[in-house]
Design a protein around this ligand. Structure first.
Ligand SMILES: Cc1cc2nc3c(=O)[nH]c(=O)nc-3n(C[C@H](O)[C@H](O)[C@H](O)COP(=O)(O)O)c2cc1C
Length: 376
């Protein structure tokens, strides 16, 4: 099934003509087509608590965390659940919209925010993003119109390369969720063309759609092109518009003195933790794990982190992407936790409260856990 998510209010617009062309052409080619006409559906663009039928955390609202929980408990609001169902059933997703401020109109951004949900389309905390995203195996394509003529979207034009304008959507949304991204169809300067030119654009679009199945996806660097620090390996030349961009921005180093100025506004945030004080008694627990089912992780972390803290334990290093240099194990996660002593570490592992979480972990992953102390 091909799902077209469409954002335009006006049935006499050029965007609507493109939509009609796609439905007719794809249906004639034997595809099943479904359209989510966002304005016609009065689709809610705002991401709020109302998006969840039950709350994971009533006290402090974290949208992505609630998404993860709603996906596990099937408790998304009905409009999100219905769209998610369409996305899961589609083999190709088309996002069609007029380019607004080099991006998508708010109603479509709202669809992306709410429907391509954490836990459902990608796994933020489980490493399921980019080629490992949950939408892997599906294709996606952007279809857009611009007011500005094509020349302005030339790489040396006033707007810069169209490919650069669409990079956040291509890489940051579609590829991030795992889609194979097809080259976009862009109708430039539609506000200034005559009827005949516009008809020609519709014919070009129909041609693109007829060959959709044979269209090569765009190139994105695979995970294997990155080193453990998440940067492209020195031996890999950047091949995308995003990674080859030369930044004019100066990176500002944040000092503790700067931090003091903003402290009052971040009082409510408890993500900052005091550094772990390493002594000769410190015991480390290293976990090398391959996650086979991600559904347990959100709840596991929420419960086990405070339990570990009860025994004085803290995350010491949590891996980003793991690069295998030797051996057959391909872990999705390598993490080390530090405890004040070996006794404390073992007390945590033997804590009866930990038992159900340990079972959940063992059900959803394979791997090994090591405990050790430093030889100094
Ligand atoms: C809020 C807003 C923002 C826009 N931003 C851009 C833009 O960044 N670049 C551009 O080329 N055109 C921009 N436009 C023009 C639209 O892209 C253009 O009018 C539209 O693609 C025409 O298609 P339609 O006739 O189907 O509406 C913008 C229009 C609006 C209303």
């Amino acid at each position: 099934m091909i799902l077209i998510v469409y954002a335009h209010q006006e049935p006499t617009s050029f965007n609507h003509a493109l939509l009609e062309t796609s439905v007719e052409t794809l249906t004639a080619c034997g595809h099943e087509v479904e359209v989510s006409d966002l304005y016609a559906m009065n689709f809610e663009a705002r991401a709020t608590r109302a998006d969840f039928q039950q709350a994971r955390d009533e006290t402090r609202f974290g949208y992505a965390r609630e998404q993860y929980y709603a996906n596990r408990t099937n408790s998304f609001a009905p409009d999100i659940a219905a769209e998610l169902d369409k996305v899961r059933r589609c083999d190709t997703l088309i996002l069609q919209f007029p380019l607004w401020w080099f991006s998508m109109p708010a109603i479509m951004k709202g669809w992306v925010d709410r429907v391509l949900a954490n836990g459902a389309a990608y796994g933020g905390s489980t490493g399921q993003f980019f080629e490992r995203g949950m939408m892997a195996g599906r294709k996606a394509m952007v279809v857009t119109t611009t007011g500005a003529p094509a020349v302005m979207f030339n790489p040396s034009g006033m707007c810069g390369a169209m490919e650069a304008a669409l990079w956040p959507i291509h890489n940051g949304i579609l590829r991030f969720c795992g889609f194979d991204v097809l080259p976009p169809f862009v109708a430039h300067g539609v506000d200034i063309h005559d009827r005949e030119t516009l008809k020609g654009i519709l014919a070009d679009y129909a041609g693109r759609l007829r060959t959709l199945g044979e269209t090569e996806p765009m190139f994105f660097h695979p995970w294997s092109d990155y080193a453990g620090d998440m940067l492209l390996k020195p031996s890999v030349a950047a091949r995308t518009i995003g990674q080859s961009a030369r930044s004019a921005m100066q990176t500002t180093a944040h000092t503790n003195a700067d931090a003091g100025k903003v402290e009052s506004s971040i009082d409510a945030i408890d993500n900052t933790e005091a550094p772990f004080e390493v002594t000769e008694m410190t015991a480390y627990m290293t976990v090398i794990m391959t996650v086979t089912d991600t559904s347990w992780i959100g709840e596991y972390v929420a419960h086990v982190k405070p339990l570990m803290a009860k025994h004085g334990g803290k995350p010491f290093t949590i891996s980003g992407m793991v690069e295998v240099l030797e051996g057959d194990t391909i872990p999705t996660q390598v993490a080390t936790f530090a405890f004040p002593s070996m006794e404390a570490l073992k007390a945590f592992m033997d804590d009866p409260e930990y038992k159900p979480w340990k079972e959940a972990r063992l059900e959803g992953s394979t791997g090994s856990i090591f405990a050790y102390q430093s030889m100094g």
